[in-house]
Write a new protein. Structure first.
Length: 474
């Protein structure tokens, strides 16, 4: 081969290599550009598309369906954000918490809303909104556990989901002053671990207070003796580079805080929940197992006729009389639904000791009160109807007037209950039409019924992978 031929071959090889490298670079560039475009969640694209996709979990504190209605704290807040943007909300649920970030990064959703506590590791992968809730991280054990504080945690094992904020906090705690074992499991959710603690198959886990409040109603032996670390924010998550979307999120969340929308949604799902005595919850379940079969047919029939949820009626009857048909209070209210003489007369109930009459009359009376507040949102409407049943509609109308005068929103039960509770004070009731009442009892009455109602609803809430059988967890 001549020197000229060799030189030409080298030049041809260099030209080919350069073309090959250029082609490879072009392919990579096009691929990257296409990928970014495909998974871009910029605000303009979302508005052009007409919907925003929420990635969340199908659990009580996030998202669920009850009677074919979408519900849940994260769902309602995300829905309000979609309304703010002028687009529809689509929901995609992940099978496990650990899938939230991979699904977001692969373009299966626009943002994460799942009671999400950011970790240092995740902050390098995705961007987070401002916090809209702040929570402790509670160590959860069974009642009467030997674990009482950080000192007694030594030489124990705490089980948490792998990669969670709870694992990160435990690692930080162990590095400081505590000698204990951390077991981080990839395929277990906090909800599952709370069940395992209750059953005694593990000794301890960690949960946030909102989650714990919900599950303590189902697993009555759960106890949270102390918190670990500082309070943490709960945030929404987006892909990095979605600065316009993130900015709009933070603007919306600030407006939601200032307008009271955030507090309103929070109350609807967490605010009224109070720790019920485990003995009371066990008594509730046992009473229903024993007594409910006698009355369930009549309750369901009347509830359907009056377009009310029969589970709400069951919760109310339990609060009124514990399903004791012969119940009589020291204020002379009687029967299953605790009629006064005037209410019995108003509803045409001739025999308050006849359960069929009192069930029919009580449900019709509740529906009558419910209809008085037809311009209220559903949750608030139920609360104000129940309060009227207990205290009398006159006192509730007094409270509405007082709430307006004091600058409260009288159409939100979370605001109105604060005024109702004060109707026992002379400086509040002296200028009202109906005068003094023990308003705090009405507030407690509504909260108790909502708690019992939630326990009953759990059986009908749609979860694809699991369902708590509440009346069997005794």
């Amino acid at each position: 081969m001549t020197q000229l031929t060799i030189a030409r071959s080298r030049d041809l090889y260099k030209t080919f290599s350069l073309a090959k490298a250029s082609l490879l670079f072009l392919c990579l560039f096009v691929s990257a550009f296409t990928s970014c475009s495909l998974f871009d969640s910029s605000l303009d694209l979302i508005k052009e598309r007409g919907d925003i996709v929420l990635l969340t979990k199908n659990v009580p504190q996030c998202y669920y369906q009850y009677q074919k209605k979408n519900m849940g704290f994260e769902y309602e807040l995300a829905h309000a954000f979609a309304d703010h943007l002028g687009v529809k909300l689509s929901v995609r649920t992940v099978p496990r918490h650990a899938k939230l970030v991979p699904w977001l990064l692969s373009g299966k959703g626009d943002f994460i809303g799942a009671a999400f506590i950011p970790t240092n590791r995740l902050r390098s992968d995705i961007a987070f909104s401002d916090g809209y809730l702040t929570v402790d991280q509670k160590v959860v054990v069974r009642r009467h556990s030997r674990i009482k504080n950080i000192e007694t945690l030594k030489r124990e094992t705490v089980v948490v989901p792998k990669g969670s904020a709870f694992e990160e906090s435990l690692i930080q705690l162990r590095q400081k002053n505590a000698c204990f074992t951390i077991t981080a499991l990839s395929l277990r959710e906090v909800e599952d671990l709370l069940c395992s603690v209750s059953r005694g198959t593990i000794e301890a886990t960690v949960a946030d207070p909102n989650m714990l409040k919900i599950y303590q109603r189902y697993y009555t032996n759960l106890h949270a003796p102390f918190s670990i670390g500082a309070k943490q924010p709960i945030c929404w998550g987006v892909r990095k580079g979605s600065s316009n979307l993130l900015g709009e999120m933070n603007s919306f969340l600030q407006q939601a805080r200032e307008s009271g929308l955030l507090d309103k949604i929070y109350y609807r799902y967490f605010g009224y929940i109070e720790p019920l005595n485990p003995t009371d919850i066990r008594h509730f379940k046992r009473t229903l197992k024993k007594q409910l079969p006698k009355y369930i047919s009549a309750i369901k029939d009347e509830a359907v006729q009056n377009q009310l949820d029969w589970r709400l009626i069951v919760a109310q009857i339990y609060q009124e009389s514990h399903f004791n048909n012969h119940a009589k209070s020291n204020t002379h209210v009687k029967g299953l639904m605790q009629f006064t003489r005037d209410t019995a007369k108003e509803m045409g109930v001739e025999d308050v000791w006849n359960p069929n009459y009192t069930i029919a009359g009580g449900i019709k009376y509740l529906k009558k009160l419910y209809d008085l507040f037809d311009d209220w949102e559903e949750f608030d409407r139920i609360c104000v109807a129940l309060a009227s049943y207990n205290l009398g509609r006159g006192h509730i109308l007094d409270a509405i007037k007082l709430a307006k005068a004091e600058g409260h929103n009288p159409y939100h039960w979370a605001d109105l209950e604060k005024v109702v509770a004060l109707l026992c004070r002379r400086d509040y009731y002296k200028g009202t039409t109906y005068g003094y009442c023990r308003g705090w009892e009405g507030v407690r009455y509504v909260r108790n019924i909502l708690n019992y109602y939630d326990i009953l609803k759990q059986e009908a809430i749609e979860y694809p992978d699991k369902k708590l059988r509440i009346l069997d967890t005794i």
